[in-house]
Design a protein around this ligand. Structure first.
Ligand SMILES: [Cu+2]
Length: 339
């Protein structure tokens, strides 16, 4: 995949330049320039049936978010520190239900995960099993249930988030454990894709999770927060190596969230070029032009067309190649946008 992408680009450009200039040396020059900048990109035709071309632009933080931040007092300067109470790092769990229990400390400045029943929003924790889309966890007084987890090795990543899903980027906010599940209900596993992920169940599962959360607000005895997890396995992560954790966007983006869609991620062991480091985050929407994020901050993209889109986020090194780390540093998500 990576090899063919690297080969096909210079080849395509060679053909274009050879025709234009009738000179084989132009190919070499183009290839070299390309290798150095990596900013040149292929243009992929829009998917069949797409209504109109999409012209995405990077926009400043939406005013409504700036207003929310102002109304939150000091919360956005908080440095929440999370810790796994369970599962413990390296634990073996003889059940397909994995209870996630977290302790929150640190410089909180009023930060408290909690869903406001009126708005359905609030501070929360992003919980990421293996490299699946995150789940939102609001009430830390109760554990979050990862249900139907496949037997085998898993990673679990967590970090503190704001109501609009922007992560807290202080060091203590992010934690990762690996654990092993034995037994459990593997026989009923849905069929999986080559990457071990089952995307087909996400919609129903999300709808169920939403229903459960609403019920929990209405009735304290209702089931705790949780999610039926599609099958997945841990990537072979080296914790000392650079790691990009994909966070946003995911799922359905409606209304104001669809006007300006936020890209946000967590970075471990890697500093981006604009922050004095050597790494870049490469993003690609619908297989189009590769663009780069050079500071560890969220960006907002406007100009989306309604419908399904794919967003790919990758951590690349100086050489322009994805930094390998268990496959987590190149992640694609399908999202929907409805304005
Ligand atoms: Cu969130």
């Amino acid at each position: 995949m990576k090899l063919s992408a690297r080969l096909s680009l210079p080849v395509t450009l060679c053909v274009v330049f050879a025709v234009a200039l009738l000179s084989s040396s132009a190919c070499t020059t183009t290839q070299n320039a390309n290798a150095n900048t990596t900013a040149t990109t292929t243009v992929t035709p829009p998917p069949a049936g797409s209504p109109s071309p999409q012209n995405l632009n990077v926009a400043p933080r939406p005013q409504r978010l700036a207003d929310m931040m102002a109304a939150r007092g000091e919360q956005d300067e908080a440095e929440p520190a999370l810790r796994f109470v369970e599962p413990r790092d390296g634990a073996t769990i003889a059940s397909s239900t994995v209870n996630v229990k977290l302790a929150l400390a640190g410089e909180l400045k009023g930060y408290k995960p909690m869903k406001d029943p009126a708005t359905g929003m609030g501070n929360h924790i992003h919980v990421i099993l293996d490299n699946q889309p995150y789940e939102a966890y609001y009430n830390l007084d109760q554990s979050f249930e990862l249900r139907n987890v496949t037997a085998g090795k898993h990673t679990l990543r967590i970090f503190a988030s704001r109501p609009w899903h922007e992560s807290y980027k202080n060091a203590g906010s992010f934690q990762m454990v690996t654990f092993n599940v034995t037994g459990g209900g593997d026989a009923s596993r849905p069929t999986t894709t080559a990457t071990g992920q089952t995307m087909a169940d996400n919609k129903n599962a999300n709808a169920n999770a939403g229903a459960n959360t609403n019920a929990a607000n209405a009735n304290a005895a209702a089931p705790r927060e949780g999610k039926e997890m599609p099958a997945s396995q841990a990537g072979e992560i080296d914790r000392a190596k650079p790691l990009l954790t994909y966070s946003r966007p995911k799922g359905e983006n409606k209304g104001a969230d669809a006007e300006a869609v936020m890209i946000d991620f967590w970075l471990s062991n890697a500093k981006l070029q604009g922050d004095g480091g050597e790494y870049r985050v490469r993003y690609m929407v619908d297989g189009g032009d590769a663009k780069f994020i050079d500071k560890w901050e969220p960006i907002w993209l406007t100009g989306w067309t309604n419908g399904k889109h794919t967003v790919k986020l990758e951590l690349v090194g100086k050489d322009g190649n994805v930094v390998e780390n268990g496959g987590y540093n190149s992640t694609s998500r399908e999202i929907t946008v409805s304005k």
